[in-house]
Design a protein around this ligand. Structure first.
Ligand SMILES: O=C(O)[C@H](O)[C@H](O)[C@@H](O)CO
Ligand SMILES: [Mg+2]
Length: 391
């Protein structure tokens, strides 16, 4: 048995080219503020955290976090690493509880749970490498021949450019698409029409035999969403995502109970109990935790069981292998989100520039390798020129 010897955290600050922001690009929680300028600014993630957990025999497990990397690094270095070093990685449930309970006063959600997630993901990668098995084989194995994905981009812009992007994606074999709204409560009735115009335009391109999902990214509110839902119904969206801020669980439940369009959410929820609460309150019809926020693979797998008991499908936020392995190992996880490999825009794309081995979608599906131990990714130095790294 080999014990955990050290944890190495690095913050990767992207210094490469980024797609310049445009107006009404993606509604978000900042839209409710009286402010000028780029409301999406605080939701661009142009840095990432890598978290490498090494055992005495030199095996290294790789974890990661996208939220507030510089702060999460500090939390891991100062608080969580001392709790984990010296433990047996296969005692992962005990390690999770130790991290959760020893920082319970401040770490139950947000930064603390993100730090726990990064370490836990690394421990699962480590366990897979130590036993020579892919992580999904430790979770339940292969429940799918390959994983269907949905194309997740289509940020709001000129109608013609959105249609052109959808047409291009159609050529690549996707059968499900997620688009972002650009208008919300402060844009009034005209903004509603702009939103509906774009949904109609996308349906003209993808038709009605393909799934269309609509993303608000916490940029609407209960009143606006209640007014929009009846107008959206005829476009048959598969779900309406994060229509209200993450704390408005009652708002979620009221919108979901209207049963006009299934409501999805969870990418800004944390911990097993946080997600169980969304399920208990019937706040979502589709649960979308992100494994690198919610508590890692240990927490995500427990949440999958709770969601399955309630027959709520789980479609984790983001692509990325830490989510794919859970989707592969759970029948109640039908498809995966997939960020197409594009220039760096909001930052979801950074994963492709830091890691090697994240599967790329082919014809609307992606595959995991039965013989690749752990998560199947390594940190690459191919794009180091575009990063400033803080050890
Ligand atoms: O569902 C998503 O993919 C997230 O909400 C996005 O990461 C966010 O960038 C808004 O598009
Ligand atoms: Mg989302």
């Amino acid at each position: 048995m080999t014990k955990i010897k050290s944890i190495r955290t690095r913050v990767w600050n992207w210094t490469g080219p980024t797609v310049p922001p445009t107006g009404n690009f993606c509604t978000n929680a900042s839209d409710a503020l009286w402010m000028k300028g780029d409301a999406m600014a605080s939701f661009r993630f142009h840095q990432w955290l890598t978290c490498e957990v090494e055992t005495e025999d030199g095996t290294i497990g790789i974890g990661n976090a996208a939220l507030a990397p510089s702060v999460v690094k500090k939390a891991i270095d100062d608080w969580y690493a001392p709790l984990v070093v010296g433990e047996d990685p296969f005692d992962y449930a005990y390690i999770w509880e130790k991290m959760y309970r020893r920082t319970h006063a401040w770490g139950r959600k947000g930064i603390g749970m993100t730090a726990i997630s990064a370490i836990d993901i690394a421990i699962w990668d480590l366990m897979g490498k130590l036993v020579g098995k892919p992580v999904f084989k430790l979770l339940g194995g292969r429940t799918k021949e390959k994983i269907p994905v949905y194309y997740s981009k289509l940020y709001a812009g000129p109608v013609e450019s959105m249609q052109a992007e959808a047409e291009e994606a159609m050529k690549n074999g996707y059968t499900a698409y997620k688009s972002r709204f650009g208008y919300g409560p402060k844009d009034g009735m005209q903004g509603m029409r702009e939103n509906l115009k774009r949904v109609e335009a996308l349906r003209e391109v993808i038709g009605y035999d393909n799934d269309l999902m609509l993303e608000c990214y916490m940029g609407w509110n209960l009143d606006y969403a209640k007014r929009m839902l009846p107008k959206l119904a005829k476009y048959e969206p598969r779900w309406l995502e994060e229509p209200v801020i993450a704390d408005d669980v009652e708002g979620y439940a009221e919108l979901n109970a209207m049963n006009i369009v299934p409501i999805s959410g969870g990418e800004h929820e944390f911990s097993i109990i946080g997600c169980a609460d969304l399920i208990r309150k019937k706040a979502v019809s589709v649960l979308q935790y992100d494994t690198n926020r919610v508590g890692g693979i240990t927490a995500a797998q427990k949440i999958n069981a709770i969601a399955e008991a309630a027959q709520i499908p789980v479609i984790p936020h983001a692509g990325q292998v830490h989510n794919y392995h859970l989707t592969m190992a759970n029948t109640n996880c039908p498809i995966s989100e997939y960020f197409p490999v594009f220039d760096v825009e909001v930052g979801n794309e950074l994963f492709y520039y830091i890691f090697e081995g994240d599967p790329e979608a082919v014809n609307g599906f992606l595959q995991l390798d039965d013989d690749k131990p752990g998560l199947g990714i390594e940190i690459t130095d191919k794009h180091l020129a575009h990063f400033e790294i803080v050890e």
